[in-house]
Structures are given as structure tokens and as C-alpha cells.
Design a protein around this ligand. Sequence first.
Ligand code: SAH
Length: 346
Amino acid sequence: MNPKKQDIRALSKEELMAVFTAQGNKAFRGKQVYEWLWKKGAHRFEEMSNLSKQTREFLENEFSINHIAVDSMQRSQDGTIKNAIRLHDGLIVESVLIPTPKRTTACVSSQVGCSLDCKFCATARLKRMRNLNPDEIYDQVLAIDKQSRLYHNRKLTNIVFMGMGEPLMNYNNVLKAIEKITSKEGLAMSPKRIVVSTSGIPKMIKKMAQDGVKFNLAVSLHSAIDEIRSQIMPFNETFPLIDLRKALEFWYAKTKRQITYEYVVWEGVNDSTKDILALIEFCKFAPSKVNLIEYNPIEGGDFQQAKPDVIDNYVRMLEAKNITVTVRRSRGKDIDAACGQLANKS
Ligand code: SAH
């Protein structure tokens, strides 16, 4: 690849139109190219069949189209597909297609590796290499949409930012990717079908609220007691629960939308009544849903999923306080595609 060529997908539609008008050409050519790049997912200028040969050659000389490629694909017994995605610079991230009878969900990555250090997460073992660009995030979604059509005869219905990385540490690019995903030139998906999951960066949660984003928020809480949360999620020292709570109050005041909490219950870590009471205290200020996620063991980890009766206690006590609870079974465990298992083993 000629390094001097500019990545054409870094240009907005307006900028692309300006490229053409600067050539004395029609602005709508820019729109056509934009559609090829974003709606039709073209990887080569040759594919852009409604442009003249001359125009295609001009683009070829000036620009490159950086795109991802599915490097390898694994299918789980339960239909979950894990993709190792090769980026233009050779780095790899993972994205997962999760089918249920009524939905196909894409679980996408926002960073190569992760800068946070959650003790129970395999991705945390990889150091953060870099942020993904908006188009690299968008392309993962497009690749999974294609697989959904191929294997399940339907388009992608939902997206969760629960792959590798902390989406709010790459906020601008995640936002740009979501703009593309929800725009008419992209997949025209409703933002209500998108969930951004964060380990809880207070300043960024406030920013999301101020920006008036329309997608949903999920917070990986795992403990509502600072001492415990700091042990399993050491960045909690920097962003303690009081700050997280204030940011969520701000979010709720602005959006009036339910807040989802992700929560794993581990034996000897957060399996006592005290832990449940702290959780209730933390989330009762707004309509809340607690997703009790099954723990997916990672190599060399010494965590253990709590016993079923502890999970039952959580469900009973939360429901008694009118907090919605779901108990989520893992998908794709046999191929290391479940929550927290994404670590480029291949
Ligand atoms: N950084 C973001 C998104 C990625 S993790 C976040 O923290 O929310 C997606 C979810 O998987 C998070 O709720 C995370 O806490 C959870 N998770 C991480 N490791 C896990 C494991 N081994 N088993 C189950 N869930 C895990």
C-alpha cells in the first residue's frame, strides 16, 4: 500500500463531495462513492461500477480503502460465531455473532487490547495497543450483518459494545461509528438496538448524557462496595463508586432511561447479603435492570462462579425492591467467545 495515499474512509460525505467539486466534477459523484464505501461496503475502487474508468483511476491514485478482513472464524455448537478480524496494520481484534430465536446480536470491539485491568477479564491481559477507527468498528458490524444474512437469513438486529476494549476510552470514534450504523447511508439501525457497555468512567458517562446520545448504557458494576470493586477492578481507585453514582444520576436526569448493570457473582468475593444490599442501595435511585452474567473462567484465573442458591438470593432480593433481574447464560463458551474471553488465542 502506498503510505502517501489518504484513507478515503476518513473523509466525511461533505469532504468527499468537495474532492469532486475541486476537480470540476459533480458533487453527487462524492455521494456515490460514499454510498459504495459505507452502504455497499466496497473494498476496491474497481467495484464502483457507476463511476467512469477515469474517475476510478483518479481515486486509485489518490486514496486507499483501508478495510478489515475476517482472518478466521469459529462456530460454536450453539450457533455463536467468533471472528478474528485483521486490521489494515496487521493487528487482530475479535467480534462475535450471537443468534437467538428472534435476534442476531453483534458483539464488537472498540480497542485493540484494553487499558483497564479487570482481574477476571482475559482481554485485560493484552495491553492496549490502539483505538479502533470509526470505520474499523463499522466494518465489524457489516461483517457480522453479512454472516447473519448468510447463516440466519435475516439482517443483524442488535449491537453490543462488549467486545475488546473500553468504548468510553475511545468515545469519539465509537460515536462516529454509531452515527454511520444508524444513518441512512449505513445500516439505518435504530440506536435503541445498540448498547454501549462501560466499566464506568464517570466523566464520559456525563459527556454522553450532555451529547444527548440515543443508544443504551450498560455499566459493568460487579460490586457496589468500593473495597471489593477496587480489588477486582483496580481503576475503581481512580473512579470510585460515589463518582460513578453521581454520573449515573446525571445520566438518568437527562435521559430518563433505564440503566442496565452487568454483574457477575463470584464465590467469596461478592456473594453475601451485604453485597446484595449494597447493590440495591446503589441502583435504586433510577429504574434499573441487573444482568447477572455467568462467569466465564479464564486461563490462570482464580475466580469461581457463586453457587446457584446465591444467584437465587440476588434475584429474590432485587425483585423484592422492583429491580428487574435477568440471569444470562453464556454463549459461545466452547470457542472462547463468551464475555471476557476475547484474547486472540488463535
Ligand atoms: N470494557 C467494557 C466492555 C467490555 S467487557 C466493560 O467493561 O463493560 C463486556 C462485559 O463482560 C463486561 O460486563 C465485563 O465485566 C464482562 N466480563 C469480563 N470478563 C468476564 C468473564 N470472565 N466472565 C464473565 N463476564 C466477564
